[in-house]
Design a protein around this ligand. Structure first.
Ligand code: RFL
Ligand code: PHB
Length: 408
């Protein structure tokens, strides 16, 4: 099998990359080790930056997102039983974010790829990347019990943190920068309307809580009920800071609701609506950057190259930025003959990546309580929050980073 760009992984990075290449008239093959249902239902990100929304729209993948996605013009910070709303467009010259789940972005891109794009093979596990330093890198892979090889002009490893592509970088050129955090997130999905119409980031002495949501889904009424045939069903996405070694099964639904209630409580009569919890999982928190993001004809994109703790909602948006940067560089080379932008790929991406790392770290340490935190640390967090609530400069800094740095 032969193609121009061999893509390992059909997460947001690999799928968008394949879509953008197709639109630019460049052929690709995507290898994905899991099956389609798994990729389409893995619960993860929910917030798209303005730039990500623009890219999806320009890629012809924005129709459902435009219909169903929720534009959010603000987020709320809660601390000391008070609330402070950050007016995103007011502080950034009109930028906002959109609530639209990663599962839906992936479904939209998969449908387009299968309909219009090049091959996308599910159940196809890349085993290695070979020959990155030469002109013809190769990806040996296993598909439906058979071993095969994909020969490429370029390989892009979009295979997430646990993938194989990063391992093909020689130890002598790899540098890793990382930090793990002494806590994790318990994430739940609940069939209940959100109790606030914007996202709530809450800092409490017992730890962090996040109230988020998913766009309402249309569900068919059970048989026998009167029309209308479908109802809008609301979904809340909620997160709690938990110890790093916590297990989801340890948390009863009542305990989850009680803790969310305590951590997001205010003095103004606001209440948290409870509902049936349909999913629970624990996510570790990590910051990680692999430098460089390119070796010869092998490029890394998305979580394969960098991880951020989810507090800043940046992971998927960074993956989108990498895909756009790679396609621009390849198109530039095709049109001008100059490899300049491909040579600059790593440097260009890492500039954005480190800004997202900085912001995600800041948001994480601003809002979480470390197990060894002292009263002094707690007071400092409150002072940092107070500063954001009272200084337009500090608040603008947060709003600019939250809505995303420009891709240009
Ligand atoms: P993915 O999504 O991990 O996809 C990698 C794909 O590669 C496949 N794969 C292989 N395929 C073939 N051969 C191999 N050898 C392979 N090895 C792996 C895997 O099966 C998989 O399908 O990486 P990608 O595309 O880089 O996308 C990154 C995002 O998924 C991630 O950064 C975000 O989900 C992070 N994130 C958030 N990002 C945001 O921008 N906004 C958010 O609001 C946000 N919230 C979150 C998040 C991540 C979370 N978790 C669970 C880590 C909330 C949470 C709780
Ligand atoms: C989500 O809705 O899943 C979500 C929202 C904001 C974050 C992280 C996750 O910072």
């Amino acid at each position: 099998m032969r193609t121009t760009v061999g893509i390992i992984g059909a997460g947001p990075a690999g799928l968008l990359l394949a879509r953008l290449l197709h639109r630019a008239g460049i052929d690709s093959v995507v290898l994905e080790s899991r099956d389609r249902a798994y990729v389409e239902h893995r619960q993860r990100a929910g917030i798209l930056e303005q730039g990500t929304v623009d890219v999806l729209r320009e890629a012809g993948a924005g129709r459902r997102m435009e219909r169903e996605g929720l534009r959010h013009d603000g987020i709320e910070l809660r601390f000391g039983r008070r609330r402070h709303r950050v007016d995103l467009p007011g502080l950034t010259g009109g930028r906002s974010v959109t609530v639209y789940a990663q599962t839906e972005v992936c479904k939209d891109l998969i449908a387009l790829q299968l309909e219009e794009g090049g091959p996308l093979l599910f159940g196809a596990e890349a085993l290695a990347v070979e020959g990155a330093e030469g002109d013809r890198p190769r990806i040996p892979f296993r598909h439906q019990g058979r071993e095969d090889v994909l020969e490429c002009d370029y390989v892009v490893g979009c295979d997430g943190f646990w993938g194989v592509a990063r391992k093909a970088f020689p130890a002598a050129v790899s540098r890793v920068f990382e930090r793990s955090y002494p806590y994790a997130w318990l994430g739940v999905l609940a069939d209940v309307a959100p109790s606030h119409d914007e996202l709530v980031y809450a800092r409490h002495d017992r730890g962090f809580a996040l109230l988020s949501m998913r766009p309402p889904v249309a569900r068919r009424r059970p048989c026998g009920e009167a029309a209308p045939l479908s109802v809008e069903s609301f979904v809340s996405r909620l997160y709690l800071q938990v110890p790093a070694d916590a297990r989801a099964e340890e948390w009863s639904d009542d305990a989850v609701w009680a803790e969310l209630e305590t951590r997001s409580a205010t003095d103004d009569g606001w209440t948290l609506e409870r509902g049936p919890i349909t999913q629970k999982s624990v996510t570790p928190m990590r910051s990680f950057v692999h430098e460089p993001m390119r070796h010869g004809r092998l490029f890394l994109a998305g979580d394969a190259a960098h991880i951020v703790p989810p507090t800043g909602a940046k992971g998927l948006n960074l993956a989108v930025g990498d895909a756009v940067t790679f396609v621009r560089a390849l198109v530039h080379q095709r049109e001008t003959g100059s490899p300049g932008l491909l040579d600059a790929y790593s440097t260009t991406c890492l500039r954005r990546v480190w800004q997202a790392e900085r912001f995600s770290y800041d948001m994480t340490t601003l809002l979480h309580r470390a197990p060894d935190a002292t009263d002094f640390d707690a007071r400092l967090q409150l002072a940092r929050l107070e500063r954001i609530a009272t200084s337009r400069a500090a608040e603008t800094d947060l709003a600019e980073a939250y809505t995303g740095f420009s891709l240009d």
